[in-house]
Write a protein that binds this ligand. Sequence first.
Ligand code: FUB
Length: 442
Amino acid sequence: MIKSLLLVLVVSNTYGQNPIIRDQFSADPSARVFGDKVYLFPSHDILATEGKGRVGWFCMEDYHVFSSINLTDWTDHGPIVQQNKVPWVKPDSYSMWAPDCIEKNDKYYFYFPSIVKDSITKAQGFTIGVAIADNPEGPYTTEFLPIEGVRGIDPNVFIDKDRQAYLYWSQGNIFAAKLKDNMLELDSEVITLGELPTKGLKEGPYLFERKGIYYLTYPHVENKIERLEYAISDNPLGPFKVSGVVMDESPSGCWTNHQSIIEFKNQWYLFYHHNDYSPNFDKARSVRADSLNFNADGTIQKVIPTLRGIGITSATKEIQIDRYSNVSEKGTSIAFIDTLDTFKGWKTVFNQSNGWVQYNSVDFGKKRLKSLIIKSKSNNGGTLEIRSNSLNGTVIAKVNIPKTDDWKEVKASLTTFKPDNQNLFIISKGDNETELDWIKFE
Ligand code: FUB
């Protein structure tokens, strides 16, 4: 149970769609449902500079936690664990890799890997420690020493129906062991999960249970870069049967991927990552989420990554239509607003009549909205049409974008108002290049 009334610093809000965290890099997402919220515990990629991490490699110095009640609006609760405040972590190692968090008996156990200080244990390299809190947002208190008997990265914890907890982690292979009731010590021999592919790196274990089937998911290099795969068993410790691919390799070549899978309000979701804000450097990644579905026999349907992602977007907030659900083959492209500051996001560029973008699940509510505001730019002026639910659907508004060299917010009256959830189609009605940042209704 989540204890209330704890004052936690709320740093910022970010809005749904992919990537879901829009003001910083985020990777290796562990999503968890605690109470009526989804919590996200990702790695926090930063860019290494001389003297701070290893340039050209992963670089992380802390972890943030995020939460959402609707999968659209995400709140950043700020840093929860920092490398230079953990007694056993080498403070200049910048190696706070993929974490996980789980609730047991009203306590939240945050598991994280990092590089151990030479003086602390006989072990060297990566090991895994725990921090404990009364609330998922923190504050977390870190254990003085890492978990004894564990070497490696990518911790994942699963608690079965009988309340037995299991720790999974990786280091070339995937390992598992039972955890004691205190969640801080191993309670069994370490098992190597040996039925998984033997060729190509495996890491990032994440185990969940559905209808009596234990799904072990993991990134694996079957070809040249990681893809997400899964194996199933009737027991949390296996033996597992390799069963399929959850997500193919990134078409743009991001070498890593890393997953977690949750059920929230009767829908399953896959959280994963991609280097959206850093297309030329794949160690600065961003968390994404898409819906995941099962076949009747319990096998997982492959998830095709989308930009639209998950959650419902309010019509009265800025709708970033560049995170589209679908797009015309010709006449439309997506580009960064500022290539020197990618966190400014993307724009949609229309350059041909009848080029279009489809953006699904916009909630117009019940109260009549009267106008539309479009942040746009067009050197020669353009016309955009907004339709509801199909390319030939009801015209909601027609907007003339005036000639302008700079971004302008243009207002137009709605020709009609349709309440509730709709899919929007934005269609160019001219050949002049017209750029669109966002639209919103009021
Ligand atoms: O984020 C660093 C490492 O990259 C993670 O620990 C792996 O799972 C891979 O995503």
